[in-house]
Design a protein around this ligand. Structure first.
Ligand code: ARG
Length: 463
């Protein structure tokens, strides 16, 4: 039995039924489909398009279906074409003829455009709170490690000394921007397509403002063709999710490096590590590797959505049914990563001694040596060149800058005096960088406090 049986003289081929069906993945939107139908039925009744008594019968029937789905008393039929068809069919089974009036002035095209917006709004709210937890975790660790000196890198070569807290706080900034991106996408998505009909709206005197506000939208969509065929919000959210994965993947890559024996800056908790089936000594950072690996899935979802949309003439085309698996997978993947990373970070052991040791090698105080000469009045370019010569000398002699004697320093330029040792002391190098946004302990503490304040505001503002 199909919705369109009047027009057709033959049943569907079994292979088509299965290929055409979306029930496997759109049944996730059952609650939203019911919520949308309740708002639609209430509006139809209030506008006198159907009788109030019928509108009430429909609403009560839909509420019962929601309760039964939740309790498990009603099981979704896997043979149904999609969730919209299943719920309408079940309603009619339960309340008879009134159920057949629910679809007045509505098409599955505006219905599905509504359901997916409602459902993605819910997923976005969950995602947002996971992002808040992630940022809070990073900021707490940043605060605890504000004074832990480590090497900062460019080109993965030791560059200048920073603090571990500063490094972690950088990721908190990325996650906070991610929250803003999700908010932007949701705000733009938050218009109600109900009333767009199949594509050309309807002749019924609908009150579109009523359904839009009943469902928490800021307004109805303004063009019926756009209302049913817009999936920009799926693309925007998938792009925001992709960028979240870029950030989580970069962090994961660093965690993988940091737990290697070559770095050994951190050790992951046993509960968040895996072993090897053959090598007894192994302790592997599988979680971080999986997060890094899963980023590809989410980028793929974004690409699927862009490609799905790019050639579609207005308005609805069945290609658009492909939106759901892609965007749901992107949300599911990011959500799984965001639930495992905070406890993994919270339980990792930071090894400040190893970070300090690494910071002591690689001449990461060379810039400070040049800056010392600049403080004596030398132009920076000249100071840079002399320091380069000293580094070459140290490499040849196998010593660090701290081990160069004052006599040796002065053989390069008489501008050097005793003050050089304090200038190139690593702790001094870091703690002198108190400028706004810098890695000094005090600057990191201030940065964390400001970020926490902003995060609190984001949390209060909600979606
Ligand atoms: N399952 C369909 C989808 O997800 C619902 C809309 C069907 N509309 C149609 N005209 N076939 O896109």
């Amino acid at each position: 039995m199909n919705l369109w049986d009047g027009r057709f003289s033959k049943g569907q081929d079994e292979a088509l039924k299965d290929f055409n069906s979306s029930i496997r993945f759109d049944s996730r939107m059952a609650a939203e489909d019911i919520q949308g139908s309740i708002a639609h039925a209430a509006m139809l009744g209030r506008c006198g398009i159907i009788a109030i008594s019928e509108s009430e019968t429909i609403i009560n029937g839909l509420k019962d279906i929601a309760t039964d789905l939740e309790s498990g008393a009603l099981v979704i039929d896997p043979e149904a074409e999609d969730i919209h068809t299943f719920i309408e069919g079940e309603l009619t089974k339960r309340v008879g003829d009134a159920g057949k009036r629910l679809h007045t002035a509505r098409s599955r095209n505006d219905q599905v455009a509504l359901d997916i917006r409602l459902y993605l709004r819910k997923l976005s709210a969950n995602l947002r709170s996971q992002l808040v937890t992630m940022a809070e975790t990073l900021l707490k660790l940043a605060d605890e490690n504000a004074g832990v000196v480590m090497p900062g890198y460019t080109h993965l070569q030791r560059a200048q000394p920073i603090t571990f807290g500063h490094h972690l706080a950088a990721y908190a900034q990325m996650i906070m921007r991610d929250i803003g991106r999700v908010d932007d996408a949701v705000h733009r998505m938050n218009e109600c397509p109900l009333g767009s009909g199949a594509l050309a709206a309807t002749t019924y005197p609908l009150d579109r403002e009523m359904t839009a506000s009943a469902l928490g939208f800021s307004a109805p969509t303004v063009n019926s063709l756009d209302g049913v065929s817009d999936r920009d919000f799926c693309v925007e959210l998938a792009a925001a999710l992709s960028l979240i994965m870029v950030h989580l993947s970069r962090l994961s890559e660093e965690i993988i490096l940091w737990c290697s024996w070559e770095f050994k800056f951190i050790e992951l908790d046993d509960a968040f590590s895996t072993g090897s089936s053959i090598m007894p000594q192994k302790k592997n950072p599988d979680i971080a590797e999986l997060v890094r690996g899963k980023s590809g899935r989410v980028f793929g979802d974004l690409m699927s959505l862009l490609t799905m949309l790019k050639g579609l003439p207005l308005a609805y085309n069945k290609d658009m049914q492909e939106d759901k698996e892609a965007i749901f997978d992107a949300f599911d993947t990011v959500s799984a990563c965001l639930s495992i990373l905070p406890p993994m970070l919270n339980t990792m052991k930071v090894l400040p001694g190893n970070m300090r040791k690494a910071a002591a090698g690689g001449f990461i105080n060379a810039t400070d040596c040049a800056d010392f000469l600049v403080s004596k009045g030398m132009p920076f370019r000249q100071a840079y060149k002399i320091t380069g010569q000293i580094v070459a000398f140290c490499i040849e002699k196998g010593k660090s800058l701290e081990e160069v004697t004052l006599e040796e320093f002065r053989s390069f330029t008489p501008e050097f005096d005793e003050g050089i040792y304090s200038a190139i002391n690593l702790e001094n190098c870091v703690n002198g960088r108190t400028v706004l946004g810098g890695p000094a302990e005090s600057a990191v503490k201030a940065q964390v406090a400001a970020a926490l304040k902003k995060l609190h505001q984001l949390k209060e503002a909600g979606l």
